[in-house]
Design a protein around this ligand. Structure first.
Ligand code: 16G
Ligand code: MG
Length: 542
């Protein structure tokens, strides 16, 4: 390691005095102007991680659904997964080191992690469409090169596309070609093969309105369109030519406000969906004939997918275990439907993709989705091989099911939740099952729910257990929540400190919207009183 060169370059990417940041569930995220030093240092760290794992490491510059002024960065591990927890701590340490300590921290990390400094390093970089992203990705590259690492800059990519590239590069191309064309080809071939097997013509299913949050999803969907040929025609809204990124649009806006994005022309019964700013989340929705807005979130997407997979498995007669992984935010109706009607086992993990992803890896087929629309399905390698084999051997009817499974495995992004890939999976399933968006929505009825946030002096006073469904501290809070929940029917509530914002999040559901609203408000008040609320006391707002 040329430490003198590191010191020299590091000074060009100076850390603002007094700034401390944490590598949270989604990497580092804050105002773009505070991130230059973080980017440079993550370039350094990616080189060490690459040397240690002897693999290609990814660096993605994005702040997903945050406002356009923000930015962020996260590292992608060799199999396209989120960075290992021990390295999240290294990332935090390195990002917060004072200028004179940067080289010492680098040496510490190398020693602790037994990094062979002679090893070659390779880093791939992607970025979203934010105005600040290009310059910030240059700072990453500066960090990579000063430590002698090699790199490939993919430029503009969705986050899941970068995960895909990393996965491809570390599996000798077996997963796919590590190029943007490779990605489009893999997905579109699987989609066309899959939808060919539909018995109906699918005329009604072919067009879809997509709100791209004025982000990278629009560019990439435009590029992909001609690969899909006649298979699906997408009409893009909020494609970035006029509006501001994530402003009053995108999956996060639609899910949290439970209303349509601005800038989208919706007619009753038309199938629509929204991506978030880096295209790793998707939610669907439509206007009912009566003009009501109907949201189809990650829970209902997981239900559609797992039901379809389970039916195919029954047809081929293979006893493979399938599990669905959710978080505490999953609507109670979805969990009940999956367990009681579909007889699919459901598991709950803490919020954050890495927790769901790891749990899902335990099953032959693991479907995971957060209610906010981030998710995918994972297939064990042995299962994939077995299905490929069956697709060649079985008799006609079974062979058709096995072939569909084979195609759908290729259609899912196995590295991360991916709005484009999920959209194609959903569109294919709707065509194959002959379902309209209304019929899909009618699988079960969501329990009315409400999310609120409470500002407290220090959100770390709240600690939780049981996959964030129960509060351990501060004392008395869980008892207060229990007492409030008892007042309502079909009710449930929990609180958790946010991993991305300086607030405590409150979730409540109950038999009616009015009850969900007042339960959420009462729980917010309990948090405010028992956990050191600041500012105005939560008031009834609905
Ligand atoms: C991040 C997470 C997402 C989670 C959200 C929760 C990843 C890649 N993303 O966006 O999974 O739902 O944070 O935010 O892990 P919160 O902690 O502020 O509620
Ligand atoms: Mg995102």
């Amino acid at each position: 390691m040329d430490l003198a060169a590191v010191t020299e370059h590091s000074a060009l990417h100076a850390k603002p005095a007094g700034l401390t940041l944490q590598y949270g569930t989604a990497g580092f995220r804050t105002k773009a102007e505070h991130l230059d030093h973080v980017m440079f240092r993550m370039g350094l760290l990616a080189v060490l991680r690459s040397k240690q794992t002897q693999s290609t490491i990814g660096v993605m510059v994005t702040a997903s659904h945050n406002p356009e002024e923000d930015n962020g960065v996260k590292l992608v591990d060799p199999l396209g997964e989120m960075l290992a927890p021990a390295w999240e701590e290294h990332a935090t340490c390195l990002a917060n080191a004072e200028e004179q300590d940067v080289t010492r921290v680098l040496v510490d990390i190398s020693e602790k992690e037994a990094v062979n400094l002679q090893q070659e390093a390779f880093v791939v970089i992607g970025r979203d469409t934010r105005p600040s992203s290009e310059k910030l990705s240059q700072s990453v590259i500066d960090g990579v090169t000063v430590l002698g690492g090699h790199f490939h800059d993919y430029g503009l990519l969705t986050t899941p596309q970068l995960h895909y590239m990393v996965y491809c590069r570390n599996t000798d191309g077996q997963y796919g070609k590590a190029t943007i064309e490779g990605y489009y080809q893999k997905l579109s071939t699987a989609f066309v093969q899959l939808t060919k097997q539909a018995s109906c013509s699918g005329e009604d299913y072919r067009s879809l309105k997509v709100d791209c949050a004025n982000g990278i999803g629009a560019l990439k969907l435009k590029e992909m369109q001609h690969y899909l040929a006649q298979g699906l025609s997408v009409q893009l809204f909020n494609d970035g030519t006029k509006g501001k990124l994530n402003h009053l649009c995108g999956a996060d806006f639609v899910k949290s406000h439970q209303k349509p994005p601005h800038g989208m022309e919706m007619k009753p019964d038309e199938r629509c969906c929204s991506f978030d700013g880096d295209a790793d989340r998707i939610v669907y929705y439509y206007l009912g004939a009566e003009g009501h807005f109907h949201l189809i979130d990650g829970d209902k997407i997981a239900t559609l997918i797992s039901t379809f997979l389970k039916e195919l498995l029954l047809e081929i007669g293979e006893n493979l275990n399938i599990g669905v992984v959710q978080t505490a935010y999953a609507n109670g109706s979805s969990t009940r439907y999956l367990e009681e009607v579909m007889k699919v086992p459901v598991y709950c993990t803490k919020t954050g993709v890495k927790h769901l992803h790891h749990k899902a890896q335990e099953f032959d087929i693991g479907v995971y989705f957060e209610a906010n629309g981030h998710g995918t399905a994972l297939f064990k390698k042995a299962v994939e091989m077995k299905i490929k084999q069956l697709a060649k051997e079985l008799d006609n009817k079974k062979q058709k099911a096995a072939k569909m499974l084979e195609n759908i495995i290729d259609l899912f992004n196995q590295a991360a939740g991916d709005a484009i890939s999920d959209m194609l999976v959903i569109e294919a399933i709707l065509v194959l099952k002959g379902l309209t968006v209304q019929q899909w929505d009618a699988l079960y009825t969501d329990l009315p729910n409400r999310q609120l946030k409470v500002k407290v002096a220090d959100r770390r006073v709240i600690s939780t257990t049981d996959a964030e469904r129960r509060a351990v501290t501060p004392p008395g809070l869980q008892e207060a929540i229990d007492a409030l929940v008892k007042k309502y029917k079909l009710s449930r509530a929990f609180v958790r400190p946010s991993g991305t914002e300086d607030v405590v999040r409150v979730y409540a559901e109950a038999d009616s919207q009015a009850n969900a609203d007042s339960l959420a408000q009462e729980v917010s008040l309990a948090v405010f009183k028992l956990a050191g609320g600041i500012g105005e006391e939560p008031q009834p707002r609905f």
